[in-house]
Design a protein around this ligand. Structure first.
Ligand SMILES: [Zn+2]
Length: 204
């Protein structure tokens, strides 16, 4: 403890960010407040601008500057093939790997009774809308690209048993080949990811 309330407060808030432990939070706080204070203002402004301009795409849950994201409005994407993922970093990893030419749907999580995450916490309402007959999308295939772990599998089962059961014509596949147990697309190298999508198998 430094005894400096403002510093402790900043460090505590930084520590709550994903991926930052006590020491990294301390390093960042010292870097911005003492060692390189000229970096603080541009960072604050960039974060404020991003917070004002960015939000979730109404259709897929990706980052967007308008109602729909760039991928949802891209006429060159295969709109019949929808890849369901847990989080935006999965989308970015799949895009970097050039592994998927269709559209996405970001759930923003996966079912986890232990962490209190139920279906209502996931981005499922807009998925249901996308699958409804009133939707302008004509989805023919759904690729379940969720983590290769119990929670990812439970989420796939839930989606199949609730939303997809009403749409038997949709072909459902699941990636998995080459994805190590307990991880998802974000943590896999581009080649493995590309192979995992290419080798997707029928999900039932
Ligand atoms: Zn979108």
């Amino acid at each position: 403890m430094t005894g400096l309330h403002a510093f402790e407060n900043a460090r505590q808030l930084l520590k709550q960010l994903p991926g930052l432990g006590y020491r990294s939070a301390e390093r960042i706080a010292l870097h911005l407040l003492v060692e390189n204070p000229e970096r603080l203002q541009p960072l604050l402004e960039a974060l404020r601008d991003a917070a004002e301009q960015l939000h979730r795409c109404e259709r897929c849950g990706n980052l967007a500057e308008s109602t729909l994201c760039k991928l949802c409005t891209d006429p060159h994407r295969n709109g019949h093939r929808l890849c369901i993922i847990e989080q935006i970093p999965d989308l970015l990893a799949l895009e970097r790997a050039n592994a998927h030419d269709g559209c996405y749907h970001v759930l923003h999580g996966k079912l986890s009774p232990i962490r209190g995450i139920g279906p209502e916490q996931l981005n499922l309402a807009s998925l249901e809308k996308r699958l409804s007959p009133n939707s302008s999308e004509n989805i023919e295939e759904i690729i379940l690209a969720l983590s290769n772990d119990i929670e990812g599998e439970a989420t796939c089962h839930y989606i199949q048993g609730t939303l997809l059961a009403a749409h038997p014509a949709i072909h459902i596949t699941r990636i998995g080949f080459g994805i190590p147990s307990g991880t998802g697309p974000t943590y896999v190298d581009p080649t493995t990811l590309k192979n995992a999508i290419a080798a997707r198998r029928q999900y039932q």
